[in-house]
Design a binder for this molecule. Structure first.
Ligand code: FMN
Length: 331
């Protein structure tokens, strides 16, 4: 089983990657995840090339990252080859290690304007974009995509070969079709078939929620790396734990206090970085929803969190909940 790999001169060690998640993997979340350990590569949430190349301040802010996040890949979505290339140049100038192109987003807004997964139905356009971006930058270019538009048009191998021919240096494949959205299960057989068909590194994505699932995917599909998205919101230590398991080391079990501190640190950063208190509350509620799965009384806690109206109220709810669980577990 592989434990590391290279994208040209970028060392991905370990081969466990934080998946890009819009509205989730902002710089604050990425830093906290990275500090938990075991993350070999970080990808930003997707960034609109339309916004970036039209100097939208909010979009520019989304590209912000800190040194401790490296190696970092900046992901773009769009449909216009010139704007994609211009955005990639901006990312390179900002010091990104890698530029990633999104051909997987299923959202109507993105697909409707010809970007994201709709490029899976227009391969000449995808090729034009990839060639334009490749020409514009020197740093590695990677692609993240779904296995096809729908089950009748699965073209993951064709897309993989096309991208490789355009000079793309890694493929990350979410094993679902666009039509599936997030339903059903990711098809890792197809991910594995792409691995056999191309020479560049392949990263698989979809439904890796446990250490065992990560290890099984690495072992059985031959992929160079695995991406973890929702599983990292539920358990930010999953990368560290999986890496420890790979090396036969004892597996870190975060204490309740560590979990509480993670949540409160996130809350602190959100309050500092979000333009409004409401925005910060929304982000923390979103994380709480995933984070407390599997903890005693998690479902009731999520209801309380959902109805919290202020920072003080939500802080109290979080602290009270963790104290109650602590008492329950030590009683
Ligand atoms: C809330 C959310 C936002 C996402 N945003 C992006 C994105 O911006 N770019 C992207 O390529 N994939 C995005 N994805 C897809 C994930 O990167 C990943 O491929 C997918 O969730 C399957 O992996 P998982 O089961 O480990 O979450 C998003 C997924 C979720 C749940």
């Amino acid at each position: 089983m592989k434990k590391e790999y290279w994208i040209r001169d970028v060392h991905i060690k370990p081969n466990l990657i934080l998946a890009p998640m819009a509205g989730v993997t902002d710089s604050a979340f990425r830093k906290l995840i990275k500090r938990c350990g075991g993350v070999g590569l970080i990808v930003t949430e997707f960034i609109s090339v339309e916004g970036l190349t039209r100097n939208n301040l909010k979009t520019h802010k989304m590209m912000f990252f800190e040194e401790e996040e490296r190696p970092i890949s900046i992901q773009f979505f769009g449909h216009n080859a010139d704007r994609m290339a211009a955005a990639a140049e901006i990312a390179e100038a900002a010091g990104a290690d890698i530029v990633d192109i999104n051909c997987g987003c299923p959202a109507k807004k993105v697909v409707g304007s010809g970007g994201g997964s709709s490029l899976l139905r227009d391969l000449p356009k995808m090729e034009n974009i990839l060639r334009s971006v490749r020409k514009a930058i020197k740093i590695p270019l990677t692609l993240k995509y779904r296995i096809g538009w729908d089950e009748n048009s699965i073209n993951a191998i064709e897309v993989g070969k096309l991208a490789e021919g355009c000079g793309v240096e890694q493929l990350a494949i979410h094993g679902r079709t666009r039509a599936q959205g997030y339903s059903g299960f990711a098809n890792w057989d197809i991910v594995s078939q792409v691995k056999e068909a191309v020479k560049i590194p392949i990263v698989g994505s979809g439904d890796v929620r446990t250490i065992e699932q990560a290890l099984t995917r690495l072992r059985e599909t031959g992929v160079d790396g695995v991406m973890i998205g929702r599983g990292a919101m539920a358990n930010p230590w999953i990368f560290r734990q999986t890496y420890e398991a790979m090396q036969g080391l004892p597996i870190h079990q975060p204490s309740l206090e560590e979990k509480r501190v993670f949540l409160m640190d996130y809350f602190d950063v959100m309050l500092k970085e979000m333009p409004s208190e409401k925005g910060a509350l929304g982000k923390v509620k979103q994380l709480c929803a995933q984070f407390t799965h599997g903890l005693p009384g998690g479902s009731a806690f999520r209801q309380q969190v959902f109805h919290s109206q202020s920072v003080v109220e939500l802080t109290d709810k979080i602290n009270n909940y963790f104290s109650a669980v602590e008492l329950q577990l030590t009683a």
